[in-house]
Design a protein around this ligand. Structure first.
Ligand code: SF4
Ligand code: SF4
Length: 314
């Protein structure tokens, strides 16, 4: 039986394709974006997270210290609780942690929790079909996101086929970084690709994500040539990809994809995901910058509209 690991299933999404959508976030990604807003999506296995704000302190609880078979949990920093009491938090030694989940099971406060749940195709389809009334009333459907869903092609192809069999609108949110042999089979079952273009310059793309962009651009063209439909998504980050020159090159490339591109969505950089790095016990994201101003976003929108593109700001 095919399974895939998902880190979130989110109902009532309105930005991941048309109408009201169920967005299914798969774990695992071959890219390592230096600004990643969802670091819990990067690794394929289930991982331990610690949400400090929920911990009631080892004085009142401390159950996780006893639960860990590897001695990975110790007393950590002191903190003043919301009630004004001095409490001692825990710290997790990530080198000793095997992500076994025993501490999360013991933590009634849900300060410790595991991120990543296995789904079978049958179970996920059943979950998707529960949303059918919302899909039908809004023209929505299901969006498979990540992580990188093309990294688990067997599961993706099967769930897409089953959704189309149920007449559900399907969207695939992707970095485009996968062999064409993975993308071609899903084309007949994918109504819309949400296709990321993070940087038009391949060296800068590699510096920011760990991989060059030639394959990504080539796949976008092949999808367009094969009749696929796309919403191009551009995370817009001051100092990385926001220059006039970069957007001129982007506009020309997107325009060359013709009618395949229905919309271009500009995603302004934000730092809301930073806390997720802390929950995983990781250092801050390697790339941080300021949020783009409304003026900048509007200027880049206007610039792309000059290529005849339909552009929206997320
Ligand atoms: S997940 Fe397992 S190994 Fe890691 S800290 Fe918790 S109990 Fe210890
Ligand atoms: S079990 Fe949870 S609430 Fe209790 S000390 Fe550990 S992390 Fe804090």
């Amino acid at each position: 039986m095919i399974t895939a690991k998902f880190y979130d299933i989110q109902g009532f999404s309105v930005h991941d394709g048309p109408g009201i959508r169920l967005t299914c976030f798969m774990k695992g990604c071959p890219l390592r974006c230096a600004w990643c807003h969802s670091p819990e999506s990067q690794a394929f296995p289930t991982e331990l997270n610690f949400m400090e704000v929920k911990c009631v302190g080892v004085e009142a609880c401390g159950r996780c210290l006893d639960a860990c078979p590897n001695g990975a949990i110790a007393k950590g920093a002191a903190k003043t609780s919301p009630k004004g009491e001095e409490i001692t938090l825990i710290s997790v030694d990530r080198d000793k942690c095997t992500d076994c989940g025993a501490c999360a099971d013991a933590c009634y406060a849900k300060a410790l929790y595991m991120c990543g749940t296995d789904w079978t195709v049958d179970d996920l389809l059943e979950r998707i079909l529960r949303e059918r009334p919302f899909f039908e009333s809004s023209g929505g459907g299901v969006t498979f996101s990540g992580g990188e869903v093309l990294s688990q092609p067997e599961f993706l192809l099967e769930i897409l086929k089953r959704c189309k069999n149920e007449n559900i609108h399907t969207a695939v949110d992707t970095t485009g970084f996968a062999p064409w042999s993975v993308i071609e089979p899903i084309l007949p079952y994918t109504d819309l690709f949400l296709y990321d273009l993070k940087n038009i310059d391949s060296d800068l793309h590699k510096a920011g994500t760990g991989v060059p962009n030639e394959l990504i651009l080539e796949n976008a063209r092949k999808i367009a040539d094969a009749g696929g439909k796309m919403m191009i998504r551009i995370p817009t980050m001051p100092g990385y990809n926001d220059s006039v020159e970069a957007f001129d090159k982007l506009g020309a490339f997107i325009k060359s994809l013709g009618n395949a591109v229905e919309t271009v969505q500009l995603l302004p950089y934000h730092t809301l995901g930073k806390v997720k790095w802390e929950r995983l016990g990781r250092a801050a994201p390697p790339f941080e910058t300021e949020a783009p101003s409304d003026e900048l976003m509007n200027a880049r929108k206007t610039q792309l509209e000059g290529f005849g593109l339909n552009v929206i700001i997320h």
